[in-house]
Design a binder for this molecule. Structure first.
Ligand code: FMN
Length: 357
């Protein structure tokens, strides 16, 4: 049976193991959406992962969801990311950038712009702003003629990511952000070719993938999806059909991977595994749920045919996660209070396993 510690050929990369670091926003970027020296250290500490996927980076200012997230839309941001990718590569690792356009999950206090979305329907709940949590604002529905600009922003960000030394990009198509809003049946009430039936609701996602593949190549492009997920109030009707149709369209691009979250029943996810001819990264637990990805859930999904498994929270607390999993060492617990608090505490302070005599 496949083991987490088997090598894997992913696109043009040779991964030494199948343990992927899941994308996690840590909101510690400097003003202007710039990556910092601490971010370089954080990712370099985790370079033994088979693949690191970075925190979500916005492809435009209006696409920024949270304060303190890094961007991929200015030359300064590219230069700043270069220190991160160099540090990971010097330590022998590989890193993809996650490109995350927040769509309606954003706020004018954060970006200076009214957020945009498929329709003028607000997300549910409060969004983060520099002035604390505030109710999600009503987004401006994109005109049909504006949609290509936002499609292009992902491809431009992908080009910048590669210029910055990333080995590839992951398009954030999950968790209620812009691509996921287009897939949704309650955030997307459009009556043009981007809304309504499944063939229309998947159009934005497919166009983003096509533009990105055109920009950096399929081997450098992955996409993350959360079938049936209800983050920020998105709902999706006909989940198995919606995602089967999307994967069928994506199959022609020879992508590096599809990265699925366990947001649907296992039999739906197994059906999607069967439908996807390429590499599958599985994040095998419900995001934000009480259960974290562990060795048991990872092995379960390797048995169900996933090629790679992504681990989130345990990678925050265990920079040497691969080694701990390999040797059966105990995992350090993560402190959720430090996820988004800024500074190096709870960021650079988790150490590799220390043997005591
Ligand atoms: C602090 C934190 C930040 C996260 N940020 C992102 C993100 O930027 N993009 C994303 O796709 N998922 C994000 N996630 C979800 C994780 O990638 C992952 O799906 C989730 O933590 C469940 O996996 P785990 O049990 O291994 O942690 C985040 C999770 C955490 C805990």
């Amino acid at each position: 049976m496949t083991s987490l510690f088997d090598r894997y050929r992913l696109g043009g990369l040779d991964l030494p193991n199948r343990v992927v670091m899941a994308p996690m926003s840590r909101v510690r970027a400097a003003a202007g959406g710039l990556a910092t020296a601490s971010m370089a250290t954080y990712y370099a500490q985790r370079a033994t992962a088979g693949l690191i996927i970075s925190e979500g980076a916005q492809p435009s200012l209006v696409g920024q969801s949270n304060p303190g997230t890094p961007g991929l839309h200015t030359d300064e941001q590219v230069a700043a990311w270069r220190t991160v990718t160099d540090a990971v590569h010097v330590n022998g690792g590989r890193i993809f950038a996650q490109i995350m356009h927040g769509g309606r999950v954003s706020h004018p206090d954060t970006t200076g712009f009214q957020p945009v979305g498929p329709s003028a329907v607000p997300a549910t709940g409060d969004v983060f702003t520099p002035n604390g949590p505030k109710p999600a604002p009503v987004p401006r529905a994109l005109d049909t003629a504006e949609v290509p600009d936002h499609v292009r922003s992902y491809a431009d960000a992908a080009r910048r990511a590669v210029d910055a030394g990333f080995d590839g990009v992951e398009l954030h198509g999950a968790n209620g952000y812009l691509i996921s809003q287009f897939l949704s049946s309650n955030a997307n009430l459009r009556t043009d070719s981007y809304g309504g039936p499944i063939t229309n609701r998947i159009r934005f996602a497919v166009e983003v993938v096509a533009a990105t593949v055109d920009a950096v190549g399929g081997a450098r492009t992955g996409i993350r999806l959360s079938p049936g997920g209800t983050f920020w109030g998105v709902e999706e009707t006909d989940v198995p059909e919606l995602y089967a149709a999307l994967l069928a369209e994506l199959a022609r691009f020879d992508l590096a991977y599809v990265h699925l979250e366990a947001t649907a029943d296992e039999e739906v996810l197994i059906g999607l595994r069967r439908a996807w001819p390429g590499t599958l990264i599985m994040n095998p637990v419900m995001p934000l749920g009480p259960k974290q990805t562990d060795r048991t859930t990872a092995d379960h999904w390797l048995g169900l045919g996933a090629e790679l498994i992504s681990f989130g929270r345990s990678f925050i607390a265990n920079p040497d996660l691969v080694e701990r999993l390999r040797t059966g060492l105990p995992l350090a617990p993560v402190d959720p209070d430090t996820y988004y608090q800024g500074g190096d505490a709870g960021y650079l302070t988790y150490s590799a396993y220390q043997h005591t005599a």
